[in-house]
Design a protein around this ligand. Structure first.
Ligand SMILES: [Zn+2]
Length: 67
């Protein structure tokens, strides 16, 4: 049955495409999460901050002059 081989190849290619899409989705979901986690940390003491308020150690997010 020569037609079967062609069918198998099509199936493999389809599975591969689905696998790639799933991988891309996971990568997209993961990258921003890690960045946000890093940004939520205080650069000085390394503690996690809640919201955009300045940390307990007195360091603010940066970029804001004066105050
Ligand atoms: Zn701090």
């Amino acid at each position: 049955m020569p037609a079967l081989a062609c069918d198998v190849i099509v199936k493999i290619v389809t599975l591969f495409l689905v696998f790639m899409v799933v991988l891309a989705m996971f990568g997209r979901l993961r990258f921003p999460g890690q960045k946000r986690l890093d940004a939520a940390r205080c650069p000085r003491c390394g503690r996690f901050r809640l919201g955009r308020s300045r940390c307990a150690c007195g360091t603010n997010n940066g970029g804001d002059k004066g105050g």
